[in-house]
Design a protein. Sequence first.
Lengths: 332, 332, 333, 333
Amino acid sequence: MQAERSNLAKPSPETLVDIYRRMIRIERNDDATRQQIKRGRLQMPYYSARGQEVIPSAISTQLNKDDVICTIYRGIHDMVAKDMPLRPLWAEIAGRVDGTCKGKGGAMHLTHPETGVMVTTGIVGSSMPIANGFAWAALLDNSKRVSIAYFGDGASNIGAFHEALNLASVWKLPVIFVCQNNGFAEHTRYENGTGCANIADRAIGYGMPGYTVDGNNPEEMYGYAHEAIRRARDGEGPTLLECKTFRFMGHVFGDDDSYMTKEEKAAAIADDPLPKFRARLIADGIATEEQLAEMQKAIEAEVEDAIEFALASPLPSIDELRRDVFATEIPA
Amino acid sequence: MQAERSNLAKPSPETLVDIYRRMIRIERNDDATRQQIKRGRLQMPYYSARGQEVIPSAISTQLNKDDVICTIYRGIHDMVAKDMPLRPLWAEIAGRVDGTCKGKGGAMHLTHPETGVMVTTGIVGSSMPIANGFAWAALLDNSKRVSIAYFGDGASNIGAFHEALNLASVWKLPVIFVCQNNGFAEHTRYENGTGCANIADRAIGYGMPGYTVDGNNPEEMYGYAHEAIRRARDGEGPTLLECKTFRFMGHVFGDDDSYMTKEEKAAAIADDPLPKFRARLIADGIATEEQLAEMQKAIEAEVEDAIEFALASPLPSIDELRRDVFATEIPA
Amino acid sequence: MSTDTIETVKMTGQQAVSAALFQAMEEDSKVLVFGEDVADREGGGVMGTTRGLSAKFGDMRVRSTPIAEQSIIGAAIGAAMAGYKPVAEIMLMNFITVAMDMVFNHAAKLRFMSGGQSQVPLTIRTLTGAGWQTAGQHSDHLEGWFCHTAGIKVVAPCSAADYKGLLLSCIQDPDPCLFIENGRTLFVPGQVPIDQGPIPLGKARIVQEGTDVTLVTYSSMTLTCQAALADLAKAGISAEIVDLRTLSPWDKDTVLESVSKTGRAVVVHEALRAFGPGAEIAATIQEELFGKLKAPVKRLGGPYCAVPFAKVLEDAFLIQPADVVACVQSIMR
Amino acid sequence: MSTDTIETVKMTGQQAVSAALFQAMEEDSKVLVFGEDVADREGGGVMGTTRGLSAKFGDMRVRSTPIAEQSIIGAAIGAAMAGYKPVAEIMLMNFITVAMDMVFNHAAKLRFMSGGQSQVPLTIRTLTGAGWQTAGQHSDHLEGWFCHTAGIKVVAPCSAADYKGLLLSCIQDPDPCLFIENGRTLFVPGQVPIDQGPIPLGKARIVQEGTDVTLVTYSSMTLTCQAALADLAKAGISAEIVDLRTLSPWDKDTVLESVSKTGRAVVVHEALRAFGPGAEIAATIQEELFGKLKAPVKRLGGPYCAVPFAKVLEDAFLIQPADVVACVQSIMR
Ligand SMILES: Cc1ncc(C[n+]2csc(CCOP(=O)(O)OP(=O)(O)O)c2C)c(N)n1
Ligand SMILES: Cc1ncc(C[n+]2csc(CCOP(=O)(O)OP(=O)(O)O)c2C)c(N)n1
Ligand SMILES: [Mg+2]
Ligand SMILES: [Mg+2]
């Protein structure tokens, strides 16, 4: 489905700058993560979202702190966009006590309720049924809270997607299903795993609106997200947003890209939304070179600080194996 | 989607009579089953398909013996339509050694490979992923065999439906997904469990044709089934058929129908496809009163014989608990 | 164990479950009930167990769902994390197989993986058990899988009073609980104290005191063991019956105390014997009471096959009182 | 056990799995391989284990699938019933939770429920195990669930030769088999007889002969037990290591024979200790060898929690050689 661009809400200049702030914060953080892994200071499989910054940034600029997200292993960009503080984030991926999860969850299971990051799952599709529960709770609370489920294109082929979208529609839940369609599921090209031309085509099967959006276009992403959020807050029910994008670093950081062509990868990177958007902001006089450089410096300092904080944080005690299994600690 | 009625294949007079033969055989067998349960000669939960006779009859008249079906607990009509012999069928639901499954599977798990009844599942949705496997095997065999998955409207809301239809589409499998939409899932009305107006609307989400068909109209059912079977045999891939119908006996034989209105039930029964079709055949001179009475008497005799055969068949030995777990018997 | 002294009312396990749900929803507005056909519009449950709840508490707190167990448990998890206490019904235990990811990878693990930030005070009610000729896909006792899962409690009552008291405790518990109803115990009437409140999880119930052998059991097999008492007595054997009621965590102290006294133990459950819950109990007893046992710990459980349809086979599949008697006798000499 | 006499080649478990797949597909045109990313177009598997198969046997016999485990196992079941021998890959064991209905209610039961008419000669390959910091949803050893399921065989090799020989047997077996690869054993090189054929299912392997205690183990913990041998020897303890290799059906005879000789047994596995596979083995040993044991049967298994992320916690989660030594010493006095 295509809502006419014309009547899509437009982001204000301030909002555009805020979207950029979230994007550059995601990118700087991602870059630093890859550096630390290369330098052997972090050990973990890392699912970089480099290239997908626009999607959660354009959405999160319209979210409140108490709006919740359920995301996936490739979700640190979604968390950073939701303004998760970087110190506990880094302490977590470094497996330290000051991590969001005391080092017990790790990069694939970061959780930070204060900023609305409720669930990060490593299971394809599973963010969606759980997001419904938060949306149901919002209705029960008579709150206008919105619940967002982030997932990938490949995840739209698993049963949980189907069950979750149907339930959300029947119950008219204030939830938004955000498919970050980067064209690949691990090594499988979209069309080799997915029966339909656009994932948004599936929305009609649930009686909900579905939009195929250029996930690298900040204005367009903002506009469709605005409509989906409005529907949720106005009690009109769920929306499916298919956001087309590309992941620059492959499935897991370090894998070989033999399953994609050099050309398509080069083309995608040449079309990197981040520098393009930055140039646009300056060209249109929405922000100045200096202002954005300032912003970037501050963010780089924040990242640096988070890394040092994380690596200085102690390792968890093995007593943690007996804690948080249940509310009450398991006796030794 | 609606393929124009005009270019649908039309059943020959002989075929119409054959469809009726299957329908009356289903109905007589169903009636006898309910009588035997009432008389206490059978103990089992019975999921009558009274009212849904047209669907598998119009399909099966176009199937070969080696075309396979995977059906569900409410599936005895599908089996009878596929010409499963009644003696082993009855012996099975009576739990006897001469049953299709030696009495080990029962009414919910009848299996009869000779007539292509490969799987009967008691799990909602599970007939579909397995039917794909038979379709894949047909491709590997370079055979024109068709695989049919029968399921209900409620089953279209479970994950297995989604995964199966998507895989079938991506693999272009010769499988037909036949949804017998009787308007209820146990006690839940269609619209209270299903997000879309028509289940056929979901087909586009898999890039396959989907048709909403009057499942009580033999010609229409025949025509759409013909198109789906043609596509499968010609290597054009899967089709979703949503066949609208009604179940006269509730979810499980004996349940109270408080969840449906007397009016809708009365209206459906007044519209019983069986007598209507019978009258049509005679009115149009396609068959004579005598001919159909003859046919019915023969079928009633077949049913009678099957009942007597079944109830005379011995009970299984408890050694059966050690048999058929694996290919080799488990030592006592 | 005797309830003569306090005022009781006679009700079935099903009525006790219903009473617990009404009481819990009454006492705590955060308690929700949902699952397939649970609302009154759908007849208040296929078995009628949840009948009247939606009429009383409204259709936002009591909701019927599509047939989609992953989304049922998923929604329950999210609502629980958001501060509610959902009681999700999985109509029959075999159907939980389509929701194992939600139960195992999520409900049971989210508290741990989040370093204690997330809590999932969720109760899953489900019904199962052989005896109704529902055959291979509607009768299995799968509690063993969940006992082998860290982060979820497993409860399997037998008596009407336990059905009420333990369900109340599951609902109040801050962690996920699997509450298993059995088709042969659910409709058995029993005396339930009129003011029956929560019964603590993890505490067994001595159904019968005895001196020669301890029968460690739960759910349907508690009835079977009770039915064996007369013949055991005839054979001059005094059996003590321990109904675990909660399987995970199970009441090691009560079991070990009883077996220390009797010197013999037979573990009896409907679930398959092979790699079943009884193995954990037997392995623990032999380890803790090594050298103090008069006989090896025996286990009775379902044979290694699917639940068969034919009545004669289903009866053979289920452990019968005579099997219990024979097994006990085999270790009395 | 020594292979010096016969000609061997050095390869990892992964290479052995690949060799078995090539050999099986070569020998029998009915053998199929499919799962997520298994074809060469997708790189021949995320780990490269199936690399080269689709190039050699074509993309009808070797197919990559969408991310949809229910439909993967479902298609495998149908193809198996239609006369093929599918080897379906579930990338990691935790993902089988979304396909439990297909495995449990269907693959394992169809032969029985059909009275022997249906056969499901299906092999499910899956990888798991802690040690790679993949944390709570990518590391679990769930074999216990399948051992407690009637109608499916469970295989969990450790050595490269066993990876090859047992996978060949699973593929040829007329019934469903779950073949469990472990991330810490899969890449360990070992000597494999050049003509390594099928190794019978249900037969254990004596990895090390000894006289004082029997270590009953499988998969990753076979390596851990071997690593404990030196310190055990230092402590003057001669340990016999029995690698079960097949868990269901397991090799009772070999285990009982060994324990009859040593008089002591410790069961060691990576799966959670609570209600784990080790309980069945311990319960069986105490029952069969009652009165003949010098010490209680001990069990070592994963602690009751999810697999943690931090390396220090993951190491503490996994049984270490020192834990094995300490446990053995506790029963030597
Ligand atoms: C149920 C399940 N099956 C398989 C996997 C393994 N896996 C992890 S990520 C992935 C690809 C997911 O692709 P997509 O949904 O497009 O998300 P992306 O990684 O592209 O962001 C797969 C198959 C999993 N985590 N869960
Ligand atoms: C996975 C699963 N969940 C729930 C059930 C219980 N159940 C049996 S039939 C049924 C209703 C199915 O409705 P529908 O698909 O419309 O088929 P119908 O019975 O109307 O023919 C339900 C919920 C089941 N068998 N399997
Ligand atoms: Mg993707
Ligand atoms: Mg229906």
